[in-house]
Design a protein around this ligand. Structure first.
Ligand code: RTP
Ligand code: MG
Length: 141
């Protein structure tokens, strides 16, 4: 298996619920190392840029409003098959459809307030990492 990097964002709902530590434990207990992290209040422009791929979708305005509603915790995860592993730990986008024991099944409120973001491909992971982190902020280990 290949060591990959991916972006995880703990969204405002999960930060507000004080479950950052519980979510980090799931990463660490499943072979994903945190190699960079920052808490950040996203500006509207930052959220729009991050989710630009969705800008024509009907939910875009709600998504940007939600992602700027409070601080988010952004981390680079590293590990075997990290992109798919993180998506597996997250569960389905809609928490009602998320498998038992996944982050979204356990912590998400709704399809909008769904606790976490994870890169959906290796290519997008590289783009999203560069969006939030300089190389000097990443600590490979
Ligand atoms: P994310 O990008 O946040 O990791 O989530 P995802 O890949 O599972 O879902 P994606 O299709 O990329 O959608 C991004 C976020 O937009 C919201 N959404 N709302 N109302 C809706 O139909 C709808 N669809 C998507 C969700 O918050 C989703 O996480
Ligand atoms: Mg997505």
């Amino acid at each position: 298996m290949a060591i990959e990097r991916t972006i995880s964002i703990i969204k405002p709902d999960a930060v507000a619920k004080d479950v950052i530590g519980q979510i980090y434990s799931r990463f660490e207990n499943n072979g994903l190392k945190v190699i960079a992290a920052k808490m950040k209040q996203l500006s509207r422009a930052e959220a729009e840029g991050f989710y630009a791929v969705h800008k024509e979708r009907p939910f875009f305005a709600d998504l940007v409003a939600f992602m700027t509603s409070g601080p988010v915790m952004i981390q680079v995860l590293s590990g075997d098959n990290a992109v798919a592993k993180n998506r597996e730990l997250m569960g389905a986008t809609n928490p009602k459809e998320a498998a038992a024991g996944t982050i979204r099944a356990d912590f998400a409120e709704s399809i909008d307030a769904n606790a976490v973001h994870g890169s959906d491909s290796l290519e997008n992971a590289a783009i999203e990492i560069a969006y939030f982190f300089d190389d000097s902020e990443i600590c490979p280990r």
